[in-house]
Design a protein around this ligand. Structure first.
Ligand code: NAD
Length: 437
């Protein structure tokens, strides 16, 4: 099939490469000339495991091209909208400028019977509004919503073999013409067993924000338990193991720590609350305000714990932060809790050095005032305290004896509860976890 992918960021670049891998002819379109130049040269403009290899593999087939020219959509029968929907400045709502601009720019090139497929995460009601614009331009064209659930760090596998597909179509019917078309796009994963659900448009839009709200709630739940465990002298990691053995609860997403961040969860729950308010259903989501507040409280808690770890004062303390990305295996620093903590420590007088295997360039663009050091040894050398804030494998595997030998004093705060406290204490370290005595 001939496919266009509009917006080639963390979602769109992976989607374009994966659609070509599935055998389709794909053109990726973006307004960012640098990104298009990188992708055209089969280089990933951001770090995502396996993406660069995939770009090289599929570009050799001639099935994947990139351009800044929106006119290229005229050659395709299916158009995936993958542009960003960030939080509006100073408001909780989603900024729909990019989605609206992308749709407006593509409409004049839309061919009869083509299908526009929304993948961006949008406020419920967006698809209905955009459907009308598509119908006015081409009465035989359709707009459907096919939300994306990929996880950064696993994006290629999640796109090629997702847990499920959700197709939102106008009448919610299996007989809608776009259903057969999407089935053809995804025929390989569907024949390999990926289930798909057909819903109406608002349900499909809500599935995505509901899923993210549930995940955010689960993380904030265990972080609230961490607060209680600290107050009561209990251990949240053992508590999570024990409640997670109940398969109605499950152990995943029950790791207490510095909380969630990234380009999705924080802004999605806020946009969901804002949209619920517009719909007169704000009471249904007041709990998300608490989920957000618990999450943000983690960051200030880590600053306080670091102060305690440094004998009550941060002034002039040399603190090394391990990790800048919002999660390991990504260079994405959007709303990264690690960087937000690093910046707060620096504001309070600490001398902060941040290290990360992949995210330092992005981090330096967001927080130019922080000091960055790519080499782990150099970053650690001479530090008064270490903070593990993004759980890259190389930080999980650190040897307390090796690290301790180059530090001024052996103090560590494990913001992700991934290290073995006994091992570090046995090596002479003062060790703090979150939600554990
Ligand atoms: P991103 O910022 O990495 O990418 C967005 C891209 O769209 C950028 O490259 C930008 O230049 C481009 N763009 C903006 N306006 C454009 C226009 N008018 N025409 C063409 N291109 C344009 O964002 P992202 O992380 O890829 O997220 C995209 C959407 O997907 C968001 O709604 C997000 O919530 C959703 N989503 C993201 C993920 C994820 O893990 N990143 C997962 C699921 C869903």
């Amino acid at each position: 099939m001939r496919i266009s992918v509009i917006g080639c960021g963390y979602l769109g670049a992976v989607h374009a490469a994966c659609m070509a891998k599935l055998g389709h002819d794909v053109v990726g379109i973006d307004v960012d000339e640098m990104k298009i130049a990188e992708l055209s040269a089969a280089r990933a403009p951001f770090y995502e495991p396996g993406l660069e290899e995939l770009l090289m593999e599929v570009q050799k087939t001639g099935r994947l091209k990139f351009t800044t020219d929106m006119g290229a959509v005229a050659e395709s029968e299916i158009h995936f909208i993958c542009v960003g929907t960030p939080q509006k400045k100073g408001e909780n709502a989603a900024d729909m400028t990019y989605v609206d601009a992308a749709v407006t720019a593509m409409l004049p090139h839309l061919q009869p019977h083509s299908v526009v497929v929304g993948k961006s995460t949008v406020p419920v009601g967006t698809a209905g509004r955009l459907s009308d614009l598509v119908a006015q331009q081409q009465s035989s064209a359709h707009l459907v919503w096919n939300p994306e659930f990929l996880r950064e760090g696993h994006a290629v596998a999640d796109t090629l073999q997702p847990d499920r597909f959700v197709y939102g179509v106008f009448d919610g019917s299996e007989d809608h013409p776009a259903v057969a078309l999407l089935d053809a796009v995804y025929s390989k994963p569907i024949s390999a067993g990926t289930p798909r659900l057909v819903t109406d448009l608002p349900t499909a839009e809500l599935v995505k924000v509901a899923a993210n709200s549930f995940l955010a709630t689960k993380i904030s739940f265990i972080n609230a338990m961490a607060e209680l465990c600290e107050a009561a002298g209990a251990d949240v990691t053992r508590l999570a193991d024990a409640i997670g053995m109940d398969d109605r609860i499950g152990r995943k997403f029950l790791n207490a720590g510095i909380g969630f961040g990234g380009g999705c969860l924080p802004k999605d729950i806020r946009a969901f609350m804002a949209r619920a308010g517009e719909l007169g259903a704000d009471q249904a989501l007041t709990f998300l305000r608490e989920v957000d507040a618990i999450n943000m409280r983690r960051r200030s808690r880590v600053v306080e714990l670091t102060r305690e770890l440094c004998d009550g004062s941060l002034l002039g303390r040399r603190i090394t932060v391990l990790g800048a990305a919002f999660k390991p295996e990504s260079d994405d620093v959007r709303d990264s809790p690690a960087l937000s903590i690093a910046a707060q420590l620096q504001l309070q007088g600490a001398v902060v050095t941040v290290t990360d295997p992949k995210a330092l360039a992005n981090a330096a663009r967001r927080f130019p005032e922080l000091h960055y050091e790519r080499q782990l040894d150099a970053a650690i050398s001479g530090a008064d305290a270490l903070l593990l804030l993004t759980e890259w494998n190389e930080y999980r595997e650190l040897d307390p004896h090796d690290v301790g030998s180059v530090m001024v004093s052996q103090r560590i705060l494990d913001g992700r509860n991934v290290l073995d406290p006994e091992k570090w204490r046995a090596a002479g370290w003062t060790f703090r976890g979150l939600g554990r005595a």
